[in-house]
Write a new protein. Structure first.
Length: 94
């Protein structure tokens, strides 16, 4: 499920953390999400590959480096709630 312009209440009903509420609440959500993820990854000194090792996507497989790079560049919309929550955990945003 991809969240697109969900209200704060809808996000809360899905059980996602306040990071998700913040990221999905504004109109520039793709760029805001991209900046937040990339900035935080750099602050922690983590490589794309290192982050991807700890974030699971479909089929419980790690997400690919190219997928995360596309997210950080704003080429893709913010991912599903599960991936957002795992990214938040790896990047210590939760």
């Amino acid at each position: 499920m991809v969240l697109e312009r969900w209200s704060v209440n809808a996000v809360r009903q899905e059980g996602l953390d306040k990071l998700c509420v913040t990221l999905y609440a504004d109109d520039g959500m793709t760029n805001a999400f991209a900046r937040k993820i990339k900035t935080r990854r750099h602050e922690l000194g983590l490589s794309l590959r290192k982050v991807c090792e700890h974030v699971r996507g479909e089929g419980d497989k790690p997400i690919s480096v190219s997928y995360l790079n596309d997210i950080e560049q704003g080429y893709r919309k913010p991912p599903s709630g599960k991936i957002v929550v795992e990214l938040a955990s790896v990047l210590k945003l939760d």
